[in-house]
Design a protein around this ligand. Sequence first.
Ligand code: CMP
Length: 494
Amino acid sequence: MKPQPSYLPSVLQRLALPTLVFVCFASAFFSKTWYLSPVQEHSPKAYSMLLLGLGLSLWLSGAYFIDQCLRILFFDIFLQRTLGRSVPDILKSIFSIVISFLALVGILKTVFHFEISGVWTTSGVAGIILGIALRPLIADVFSGLASNIEGAFHIGEWVTLDPGRAANQSYAGWVEEIRWRTTRIRNREGNICIIPNSMIATSIIINHALPLPWHRFSLTLILDHTIDTKRACRILEASVLAAVSDHEGPIRLPGPEVRITKLDDLGVHYALLFWGDPSRHSPYVLNDRVLKSAYLHLNKAGITVSQYRKQIIMEKQFQGEEGDITVSPLRFLKNLSLFQGFNHQDLQTLAERLILHHYPRGHNLVEAGAEGDSMFILNEGLLEVEGKLDNGSPVRLGQLVPGDFFGEMSLLTGVPRSARVFAVVESSVYEIKKTALKPMLEKDTLLLDALSKALAERQARNADTRAHHKKDSQLDLESHSLHILDRIKDFFHL
Ligand code: CMP
Protein backbone atom coordinates (compact mmCIF):
# COMPACT_ATOMS: atom_id res chain seq x y z
CA MET A 1 0.00 0.00 0.00
CA LYS A 2 1.33 3.40 -0.95
CA PRO A 3 2.34 5.36 2.17
CA GLN A 4 0.51 8.64 2.69
CA PRO A 5 2.54 11.70 1.73
CA SER A 6 2.24 13.00 5.31
CA TYR A 7 4.54 10.36 6.75
CA LEU A 8 6.67 9.77 3.66
CA PRO A 9 9.39 12.18 4.91
CA SER A 10 9.63 10.33 8.23
CA VAL A 11 9.86 6.96 6.42
CA LEU A 12 12.65 8.29 4.20
CA GLN A 13 14.39 9.72 7.25
CA ARG A 14 14.27 6.39 9.09
CA LEU A 15 15.47 4.46 6.04
CA ALA A 16 18.23 6.92 5.13
CA LEU A 17 20.92 5.67 7.54
CA PRO A 18 20.56 1.88 6.89
CA THR A 19 20.41 2.51 3.13
CA LEU A 20 23.44 4.79 3.18
CA VAL A 21 25.50 2.36 5.28
CA PHE A 22 24.53 -0.60 3.09
CA VAL A 23 25.16 1.23 -0.22
CA CYS A 24 28.59 2.41 1.02
CA PHE A 25 29.71 -1.06 2.08
CA ALA A 26 28.23 -2.74 -1.01
CA SER A 27 30.01 -0.32 -3.36
CA ALA A 28 33.22 -0.68 -1.33
CA PHE A 29 32.92 -4.48 -1.55
CA PHE A 30 32.07 -4.80 -5.24
CA SER A 31 34.70 -2.32 -6.40
CA LYS A 32 37.43 -3.78 -4.19
CA THR A 33 39.57 -5.11 -7.08
CA TRP A 34 39.83 -1.58 -8.39
CA TYR A 35 41.29 0.02 -5.29
CA LEU A 36 42.72 -2.94 -3.36
CA SER A 37 44.99 -4.43 -6.09
CA PRO A 38 48.02 -2.31 -5.01
CA VAL A 39 47.55 -3.56 -1.41
CA GLN A 40 47.28 -7.15 -2.64
CA GLU A 41 50.61 -6.84 -4.46
CA HIS A 42 52.51 -5.26 -1.56
CA SER A 43 50.96 -6.98 1.47
CA PRO A 44 48.77 -10.06 0.89
CA LYS A 45 48.14 -10.36 4.67
CA ALA A 46 46.75 -6.82 4.91
CA TYR A 47 44.70 -7.53 1.79
CA SER A 48 43.07 -10.62 3.30
CA MET A 49 42.34 -8.69 6.54
CA LEU A 50 40.68 -5.91 4.54
CA LEU A 51 38.66 -8.48 2.58
CA LEU A 52 37.50 -10.02 5.84
CA GLY A 53 36.46 -6.61 7.16
CA LEU A 54 34.65 -5.73 3.95
CA GLY A 55 32.81 -9.08 3.88
CA LEU A 56 31.75 -8.71 7.51
CA SER A 57 30.59 -5.11 6.99
CA LEU A 58 28.63 -6.05 3.88
CA TRP A 59 26.76 -8.86 5.64
CA LEU A 60 26.07 -6.82 8.78
CA SER A 61 24.99 -3.68 6.92
CA GLY A 62 22.87 -5.86 4.59
CA ALA A 63 21.17 -7.51 7.58
CA TYR A 64 20.59 -4.10 9.20
CA PHE A 65 19.16 -2.73 5.94
CA ILE A 66 16.79 -5.68 5.39
CA ASP A 67 15.70 -5.60 9.04
CA GLN A 68 14.90 -1.86 8.89
CA CYS A 69 13.09 -2.21 5.54
CA LEU A 70 10.97 -5.02 6.98
CA ARG A 71 10.21 -3.08 10.19
CA ILE A 72 9.40 0.21 8.50
CA LEU A 73 7.85 -0.75 5.16
CA PHE A 74 6.27 -4.11 5.97
CA PHE A 75 5.33 -3.98 9.68
CA ASP A 76 4.88 -0.27 10.38
CA ILE A 77 3.22 0.68 7.09
CA PHE A 78 1.84 -2.27 5.18
CA LEU A 79 0.71 -4.57 8.02
CA GLN A 80 -0.37 -1.76 10.33
CA ARG A 81 -2.57 -0.21 7.63
CA THR A 82 -3.94 -3.55 6.45
CA LEU A 83 -4.79 -4.79 9.96
CA GLY A 84 -5.75 -1.35 11.25
CA ARG A 85 -3.60 -1.67 14.39
CA SER A 86 0.06 -1.62 15.35
CA VAL A 87 2.02 -4.86 15.12
CA PRO A 88 3.43 -6.13 18.44
CA ASP A 89 7.18 -5.70 18.96
CA ILE A 90 7.58 -9.41 19.56
CA LEU A 91 6.91 -10.23 15.89
CA LYS A 92 9.40 -7.63 14.70
CA SER A 93 12.01 -8.93 17.12
CA ILE A 94 11.54 -12.51 15.91
CA PHE A 95 12.17 -11.41 12.32
CA SER A 96 15.24 -9.46 13.47
CA ILE A 97 16.63 -12.60 15.12
CA VAL A 98 16.01 -14.73 12.03
CA ILE A 99 17.74 -12.14 9.82
CA SER A 100 20.68 -11.89 12.26
CA PHE A 101 20.99 -15.67 12.34
CA LEU A 102 21.00 -15.92 8.53
CA ALA A 103 23.61 -13.14 8.36
CA LEU A 104 25.74 -15.05 10.88
CA VAL A 105 25.50 -18.23 8.79
CA GLY A 106 26.38 -16.19 5.67
CA ILE A 107 29.42 -14.68 7.44
CA LEU A 108 30.61 -18.07 8.63
CA LYS A 109 30.23 -19.61 5.17
CA THR A 110 31.43 -16.83 2.84
CA VAL A 111 33.81 -14.82 5.04
CA PHE A 112 35.34 -17.47 7.30
CA HIS A 113 34.69 -20.42 4.89
CA PHE A 114 33.31 -22.61 7.69
CA GLU A 115 31.58 -25.90 6.90
CA ILE A 116 27.92 -25.02 7.55
CA SER A 117 26.71 -28.57 8.20
CA GLY A 118 28.96 -28.51 11.31
CA VAL A 119 27.32 -25.28 12.39
CA TRP A 120 23.84 -26.80 12.06
CA THR A 121 24.90 -29.81 14.20
CA THR A 122 26.56 -27.61 16.82
CA SER A 123 23.64 -25.25 16.90
CA GLY A 124 21.30 -28.25 17.31
CA VAL A 125 23.16 -29.46 20.40
CA ALA A 126 23.48 -25.94 21.76
CA GLY A 127 19.78 -25.46 21.06
CA ILE A 128 18.85 -28.50 23.17
CA ILE A 129 21.00 -27.34 26.09
CA LEU A 130 19.72 -23.78 25.87
CA GLY A 131 16.15 -25.05 25.41
CA ILE A 132 16.30 -26.99 28.70
CA ALA A 133 17.93 -24.09 30.54
CA LEU A 134 15.57 -21.46 29.19
CA ARG A 135 12.35 -23.48 29.22
CA PRO A 136 10.17 -20.86 30.99
CA LEU A 137 11.53 -18.12 28.74
CA ILE A 138 10.82 -20.13 25.60
CA ALA A 139 7.33 -20.95 26.89
CA ASP A 140 6.73 -17.21 27.34
CA VAL A 141 8.00 -16.39 23.87
CA PHE A 142 5.95 -19.04 22.09
CA SER A 143 2.85 -18.28 24.14
CA GLY A 144 3.25 -14.64 23.13
CA LEU A 145 3.56 -15.67 19.51
CA ALA A 146 0.56 -18.00 19.71
CA SER A 147 -1.71 -15.40 21.27
CA ASN A 148 -0.58 -12.90 18.64
CA ILE A 149 -1.43 -15.20 15.81
CA GLU A 150 -4.70 -16.15 17.45
CA GLY A 151 -5.52 -12.45 17.89
CA ALA A 152 -7.16 -12.92 21.31
CA PHE A 153 -6.46 -9.28 22.06
CA HIS A 154 -4.68 -6.33 20.51
CA ILE A 155 -2.94 -3.21 21.67
CA GLY A 156 -5.38 -0.63 23.05
CA GLU A 157 -8.13 -3.11 23.97
CA TRP A 158 -9.48 -3.54 27.50
CA VAL A 159 -9.13 -7.11 28.73
CA THR A 160 -9.68 -9.07 31.91
CA LEU A 161 -7.29 -11.98 32.44
CA ASP A 162 -8.24 -14.65 34.89
CA PRO A 163 -5.26 -16.95 35.43
CA GLY A 164 -7.39 -19.34 37.54
CA ARG A 165 -5.34 -21.31 40.03
CA ALA A 166 -2.05 -19.79 38.79
CA ALA A 167 -2.85 -16.58 40.68
CA ASN A 168 -5.49 -15.66 43.20
CA GLN A 169 -6.63 -12.54 41.38
CA SER A 170 -7.59 -11.44 37.91
CA TYR A 171 -5.96 -8.60 36.01
CA ALA A 172 -7.88 -6.02 34.04
CA GLY A 173 -6.61 -3.16 31.95
CA TRP A 174 -5.69 -1.79 28.55
CA VAL A 175 -3.16 -3.79 26.56
CA GLU A 176 -0.19 -1.43 26.25
CA GLU A 177 2.45 -3.61 24.68
CA ILE A 178 2.97 -7.25 23.71
CA ARG A 179 6.63 -8.06 24.16
CA TRP A 180 8.85 -11.07 23.76
CA ARG A 181 8.33 -12.55 27.14
CA THR A 182 5.64 -10.42 28.69
CA THR A 183 2.50 -8.47 27.97
CA ARG A 184 2.07 -5.07 29.57
CA ILE A 185 -1.36 -4.06 30.79
CA ARG A 186 -2.20 -0.62 32.17
CA ASN A 187 -4.70 -1.10 34.96
CA ARG A 188 -7.39 1.31 36.13
CA GLU A 189 -5.00 2.97 38.60
CA GLY A 190 -2.65 3.72 35.71
CA ASN A 191 -0.03 1.19 36.86
CA ILE A 192 1.58 -1.21 34.42
CA CYS A 193 1.11 -4.93 35.14
CA ILE A 194 3.80 -7.00 33.45
CA ILE A 195 2.33 -10.45 32.88
CA PRO A 196 4.39 -13.41 31.55
CA ASN A 197 2.98 -14.62 28.24
CA SER A 198 2.94 -18.23 29.45
CA MET A 199 0.50 -17.19 32.20
CA ILE A 200 -1.71 -15.47 29.64
CA ALA A 201 -1.73 -18.65 27.55
CA THR A 202 -3.41 -20.54 30.41
CA SER A 203 -5.74 -17.70 31.43
CA ILE A 204 -9.37 -17.15 30.65
CA ILE A 205 -9.37 -13.93 28.67
CA ILE A 206 -12.37 -11.60 28.50
CA ASN A 207 -11.81 -9.17 25.67
CA HIS A 208 -14.28 -6.36 26.28
CA ALA A 209 -13.79 -4.99 22.75
CA LEU A 210 -15.10 -8.18 21.07
CA PRO A 211 -17.28 -8.97 19.18
CA LEU A 212 -18.34 -5.29 19.13
CA PRO A 213 -16.21 -2.33 20.15
CA TRP A 214 -18.86 -1.61 22.83
CA HIS A 215 -19.24 -3.82 25.80
CA ARG A 216 -22.47 -4.43 27.66
CA PHE A 217 -22.11 -3.73 31.37
CA SER A 218 -24.37 -5.03 34.05
CA LEU A 219 -24.62 -3.77 37.61
CA THR A 220 -26.93 -5.27 40.19
CA LEU A 221 -28.65 -3.29 42.91
CA ILE A 222 -30.90 -4.90 45.50
CA LEU A 223 -33.86 -2.89 46.73
CA ASP A 224 -36.39 -3.69 49.40
CA HIS A 225 -39.55 -5.71 48.57
CA THR A 226 -41.69 -2.83 49.85
CA ILE A 227 -40.67 -0.59 46.97
CA ASP A 228 -43.01 -0.74 44.02
CA THR A 229 -41.07 -2.46 41.22
CA LYS A 230 -42.52 -0.20 38.52
CA ARG A 231 -41.40 2.86 40.42
CA ALA A 232 -37.97 1.38 41.18
CA CYS A 233 -37.44 0.52 37.50
CA ARG A 234 -38.50 4.03 36.54
CA ILE A 235 -36.07 5.68 38.99
CA LEU A 236 -33.20 3.37 38.03
CA GLU A 237 -33.85 3.79 34.32
CA ALA A 238 -33.75 7.56 34.74
CA SER A 239 -30.50 7.28 36.68
CA VAL A 240 -28.81 5.15 34.01
CA LEU A 241 -30.09 7.46 31.27
CA ALA A 242 -28.73 10.49 33.17
CA ALA A 243 -25.31 8.82 33.32
CA VAL A 244 -25.30 7.77 29.68
CA SER A 245 -26.27 11.13 28.25
CA ASP A 246 -22.93 12.49 29.36
CA HIS A 247 -20.71 12.40 26.24
CA GLU A 248 -17.74 11.30 28.30
CA GLY A 249 -19.49 8.37 29.89
CA PRO A 250 -21.27 5.23 28.79
CA ILE A 251 -22.75 5.41 25.32
CA ARG A 252 -26.35 6.46 24.73
CA LEU A 253 -27.27 4.07 21.93
CA PRO A 254 -28.20 1.24 22.14
CA GLY A 255 -30.26 2.48 25.09
CA PRO A 256 -29.80 1.27 28.66
CA GLU A 257 -32.28 -1.07 30.33
CA VAL A 258 -33.34 -2.06 33.83
CA ARG A 259 -34.42 -5.65 34.46
CA ILE A 260 -35.47 -7.59 37.52
CA THR A 261 -33.23 -10.63 37.71
CA LYS A 262 -34.02 -12.27 41.03
CA LEU A 263 -36.21 -12.15 44.12
CA ASP A 264 -34.81 -13.45 47.39
CA ASP A 265 -34.53 -12.76 51.12
CA LEU A 266 -32.42 -9.70 50.44
CA GLY A 267 -35.00 -8.07 48.22
CA VAL A 268 -35.55 -7.49 44.51
CA HIS A 269 -32.41 -7.67 42.34
CA TYR A 270 -32.38 -5.02 39.59
CA ALA A 271 -29.82 -5.34 36.80
CA LEU A 272 -28.78 -2.02 35.27
CA LEU A 273 -27.71 -2.81 31.71
CA PHE A 274 -25.83 -0.26 29.66
CA TRP A 275 -23.23 -0.06 26.92
CA GLY A 276 -19.77 1.49 27.09
CA ASP A 277 -16.65 1.74 25.01
CA PRO A 278 -13.82 0.34 27.15
CA SER A 279 -11.19 1.66 24.76
CA ARG A 280 -12.17 5.16 25.94
CA HIS A 281 -13.16 4.61 29.56
CA SER A 282 -12.28 1.76 31.85
CA PRO A 283 -15.24 -0.35 33.04
CA TYR A 284 -14.53 0.89 36.57
CA VAL A 285 -15.06 4.50 35.51
CA LEU A 286 -18.28 3.60 33.66
CA ASN A 287 -19.60 1.55 36.59
CA ASP A 288 -18.70 4.37 38.95
CA ARG A 289 -20.66 6.92 36.88
CA VAL A 290 -23.76 4.75 36.70
CA LEU A 291 -23.62 3.79 40.39
CA LYS A 292 -23.16 7.42 41.48
CA SER A 293 -26.12 8.46 39.36
CA ALA A 294 -28.25 5.57 40.70
CA TYR A 295 -27.29 6.51 44.25
CA LEU A 296 -28.29 10.13 43.67
CA HIS A 297 -31.66 9.22 42.14
CA LEU A 298 -32.46 6.65 44.84
CA ASN A 299 -31.33 8.96 47.61
CA LYS A 300 -33.54 11.80 46.40
CA ALA A 301 -36.44 9.35 46.23
CA GLY A 302 -35.73 8.25 49.82
CA ILE A 303 -34.76 4.71 48.83
CA THR A 304 -31.69 2.96 50.20
CA VAL A 305 -30.26 -0.27 48.86
CA SER A 306 -31.44 -3.34 50.72
CA GLN A 307 -29.61 -4.27 53.92
CA TYR A 308 -29.20 -7.88 54.89
CA ARG A 309 -30.11 -7.25 58.52
CA LYS A 310 -33.46 -5.57 58.32
CA GLN A 311 -34.20 -2.85 60.82
CA ILE A 312 -37.52 -1.63 62.04
CA ILE A 313 -37.70 1.90 60.72
CA MET A 314 -39.07 4.10 63.49
CA GLU A 315 -39.10 7.27 61.41
CA LYS A 316 -42.52 8.41 60.30
CA GLN A 317 -42.88 7.41 56.69
CA PHE A 318 -44.78 9.13 53.98
CA GLN A 319 -47.24 7.24 51.82
CA GLY A 320 -46.96 8.39 48.22
CA GLU A 321 -49.81 8.45 45.74
CA GLU A 322 -48.88 4.98 44.55
CA GLY A 323 -49.18 3.71 48.10
CA ASP A 324 -45.48 2.95 48.64
CA ILE A 325 -42.93 4.58 50.84
CA THR A 326 -41.45 7.79 49.55
CA VAL A 327 -39.78 10.85 51.00
CA SER A 328 -42.16 13.30 52.64
CA PRO A 329 -42.22 16.76 50.97
CA LEU A 330 -40.68 18.18 54.16
CA ARG A 331 -37.75 15.76 54.13
CA PHE A 332 -37.37 16.32 50.42
CA LEU A 333 -37.06 20.10 50.99
CA LYS A 334 -34.65 19.61 53.90
CA ASN A 335 -32.37 17.59 51.61
CA LEU A 336 -32.06 20.43 49.11
CA SER A 337 -29.12 22.82 49.46
CA LEU A 338 -31.37 25.60 48.12
CA PHE A 339 -33.36 25.68 51.38
CA GLN A 340 -30.53 25.15 53.87
CA GLY A 341 -31.01 28.62 55.38
CA PHE A 342 -34.60 27.96 56.56
CA ASN A 343 -35.87 26.57 59.85
CA HIS A 344 -38.22 23.63 60.32
CA GLN A 345 -41.34 25.80 60.58
CA ASP A 346 -40.61 27.72 57.33
CA LEU A 347 -39.99 24.49 55.45
CA GLN A 348 -43.09 22.87 56.96
CA THR A 349 -45.18 25.81 55.67
CA LEU A 350 -43.60 25.56 52.23
CA ALA A 351 -43.96 21.74 52.16
CA GLU A 352 -47.69 22.07 52.76
CA ARG A 353 -47.96 24.32 49.73
CA LEU A 354 -46.01 22.06 47.35
CA ILE A 355 -48.08 20.49 44.58
CA LEU A 356 -46.92 17.04 43.39
CA HIS A 357 -47.43 16.23 39.68
CA HIS A 358 -46.76 12.98 37.80
CA TYR A 359 -45.96 13.14 34.10
CA PRO A 360 -45.54 10.39 31.50
CA ARG A 361 -42.44 10.01 29.32
CA GLY A 362 -42.27 12.72 26.60
CA HIS A 363 -44.67 15.13 28.37
CA ASN A 364 -43.86 18.86 28.07
CA LEU A 365 -43.78 20.27 31.60
CA VAL A 366 -42.90 23.76 30.43
CA GLU A 367 -43.42 25.22 26.94
CA ALA A 368 -41.01 27.86 25.63
CA GLY A 369 -42.75 31.26 25.34
CA ALA A 370 -45.54 30.43 27.79
CA GLU A 371 -46.34 32.60 30.81
CA GLY A 372 -45.09 31.18 34.10
CA ASP A 373 -45.81 32.00 37.72
CA SER A 374 -44.36 28.92 39.39
CA MET A 375 -41.12 27.02 39.62
CA PHE A 376 -40.59 23.27 39.97
CA ILE A 377 -38.29 20.81 41.65
CA LEU A 378 -37.75 17.38 40.11
CA ASN A 379 -38.67 14.65 42.59
CA GLU A 380 -38.15 11.47 40.55
CA GLY A 381 -37.22 10.83 36.92
CA LEU A 382 -35.19 12.70 34.36
CA LEU A 383 -35.94 15.90 32.43
CA GLU A 384 -34.35 17.59 29.48
CA VAL A 385 -34.21 21.31 28.71
CA GLU A 386 -34.45 22.23 25.04
CA GLY A 387 -34.05 25.71 23.57
CA LYS A 388 -34.20 27.08 20.05
CA LEU A 389 -31.44 28.55 17.90
CA ASP A 390 -31.99 31.74 15.90
CA ASN A 391 -32.83 29.65 12.85
CA GLY A 392 -35.54 27.83 14.85
CA SER A 393 -33.76 24.48 15.16
CA PRO A 394 -33.87 22.83 18.62
CA VAL A 395 -30.78 22.69 20.83
CA ARG A 396 -30.20 20.67 24.00
CA LEU A 397 -29.47 23.08 26.86
CA GLY A 398 -29.31 20.81 29.84
CA GLN A 399 -30.55 17.89 31.84
CA LEU A 400 -32.31 17.92 35.20
CA VAL A 401 -31.89 15.16 37.77
CA PRO A 402 -33.85 14.71 41.05
CA GLY A 403 -33.32 17.69 43.35
CA ASP A 404 -32.77 20.14 40.46
CA PHE A 405 -35.15 23.08 40.14
CA PHE A 406 -36.41 24.79 36.99
CA GLY A 407 -38.87 27.46 35.92
CA GLU A 408 -37.12 30.06 38.11
CA MET A 409 -36.40 32.34 35.14
CA SER A 410 -40.01 33.23 34.40
CA LEU A 411 -41.07 33.11 38.04
CA LEU A 412 -38.41 35.54 39.17
CA THR A 413 -38.15 37.90 36.21
CA GLY A 414 -41.64 37.77 34.74
CA VAL A 415 -40.41 37.04 31.21
CA PRO A 416 -41.96 34.14 29.24
CA ARG A 417 -40.52 30.63 29.67
CA SER A 418 -37.11 30.54 28.01
CA ALA A 419 -37.03 26.87 27.05
CA ARG A 420 -39.05 23.69 26.74
CA VAL A 421 -38.68 21.20 29.58
CA PHE A 422 -39.86 17.65 28.90
CA ALA A 423 -39.83 14.28 30.65
CA VAL A 424 -37.23 11.83 29.30
CA VAL A 425 -38.80 9.09 31.43
CA GLU A 426 -41.95 9.06 33.55
CA SER A 427 -41.25 11.74 36.18
CA SER A 428 -42.73 13.47 39.19
CA VAL A 429 -42.14 17.11 40.12
CA TYR A 430 -43.10 19.45 42.96
CA GLU A 431 -44.56 22.76 41.87
CA ILE A 432 -43.98 25.91 43.97
CA LYS A 433 -46.33 28.77 43.16
CA LYS A 434 -45.08 32.36 43.23
CA THR A 435 -47.36 33.08 46.19
CA ALA A 436 -45.72 30.25 48.16
CA LEU A 437 -42.20 31.36 47.33
CA LYS A 438 -42.60 35.10 47.95
CA PRO A 439 -42.59 34.90 51.81
CA MET A 440 -39.44 32.73 51.63
CA LEU A 441 -37.68 35.23 49.35
CA GLU A 442 -38.60 38.07 51.69
CA LYS A 443 -37.36 36.17 54.71
CA ASP A 444 -33.92 35.10 53.52
CA THR A 445 -31.80 36.81 50.86
CA LEU A 446 -29.65 33.65 50.61
CA LEU A 447 -32.43 31.94 48.65
CA LEU A 448 -32.69 34.85 46.26
CA ASP A 449 -28.91 34.93 45.83
CA ALA A 450 -28.78 31.19 45.14
CA LEU A 451 -31.62 31.36 42.61
CA SER A 452 -30.28 34.42 40.79
CA LYS A 453 -26.77 32.92 40.68
CA ALA A 454 -28.11 29.66 39.22
CA LEU A 455 -30.26 31.61 36.78
CA ALA A 456 -27.32 33.72 35.58
CA GLU A 457 -25.11 30.65 35.28
CA ARG A 458 -27.74 28.85 33.23
CA GLN A 459 -28.24 31.82 30.95
CA ALA A 460 -24.48 32.15 30.45
CA ARG A 461 -24.22 28.41 29.74
CA ASN A 462 -27.12 28.64 27.28
CA ALA A 463 -25.46 31.57 25.54
CA ASP A 464 -22.27 29.49 25.31
CA THR A 465 -24.20 26.52 23.92
CA ARG A 466 -25.89 28.73 21.35
CA ALA A 467 -22.60 30.45 20.52
CA HIS A 468 -21.08 27.03 20.05
CA HIS A 469 -23.66 26.39 17.35
CA LYS A 470 -23.64 29.89 15.97
CA LYS A 471 -20.75 32.21 16.76
CA ASP A 472 -22.67 34.43 19.18
CA SER A 473 -21.17 36.85 21.67
CA GLN A 474 -20.76 35.53 25.23
CA LEU A 475 -22.55 36.95 28.21
CA ASP A 476 -20.45 38.32 31.03
CA LEU A 477 -21.49 36.13 33.96
CA GLU A 478 -20.81 38.55 36.78
CA SER A 479 -22.40 41.65 35.37
CA HIS A 480 -25.25 39.60 34.02
CA SER A 481 -25.86 38.09 37.45
CA LEU A 482 -26.08 41.58 38.99
CA HIS A 483 -28.39 42.73 36.25
CA ILE A 484 -30.70 39.75 36.83
CA LEU A 485 -30.66 40.36 40.59
CA ASP A 486 -31.80 43.96 40.00
CA ARG A 487 -34.62 42.78 37.75
CA ILE A 488 -35.81 40.24 40.34
CA LYS A 489 -35.73 42.81 43.15
CA ASP A 490 -37.68 45.15 40.91
CA PHE A 491 -40.26 42.55 40.09
CA PHE A 492 -40.78 41.53 43.74
CA HIS A 493 -40.50 45.15 45.03
CA LEU A 494 -37.74 43.95 47.42
P1 CMP B 1 -38.03 29.24 32.62
O1 CMP B 1 -37.46 30.14 31.57
O2 CMP B 1 -39.02 29.76 33.53
O3 CMP B 1 -38.58 27.91 31.88
C1 CMP B 1 -37.65 27.04 31.26
C2 CMP B 1 -36.66 26.62 32.29
O4 CMP B 1 -35.60 25.79 31.86
C3 CMP B 1 -35.89 27.84 32.81
O5 CMP B 1 -36.79 28.65 33.49
C4 CMP B 1 -34.83 27.21 33.62
O6 CMP B 1 -35.29 26.87 34.88
C5 CMP B 1 -34.58 25.92 32.84
N1 CMP B 1 -33.30 26.01 32.14
C6 CMP B 1 -32.97 26.86 31.15
N2 CMP B 1 -31.70 26.62 30.76
C7 CMP B 1 -31.24 25.61 31.53
C8 CMP B 1 -30.01 24.91 31.61
N3 CMP B 1 -28.99 25.19 30.83
N4 CMP B 1 -29.89 23.92 32.51
C9 CMP B 1 -30.91 23.61 33.32
N5 CMP B 1 -32.08 24.23 33.28
C10 CMP B 1 -32.26 25.23 32.42
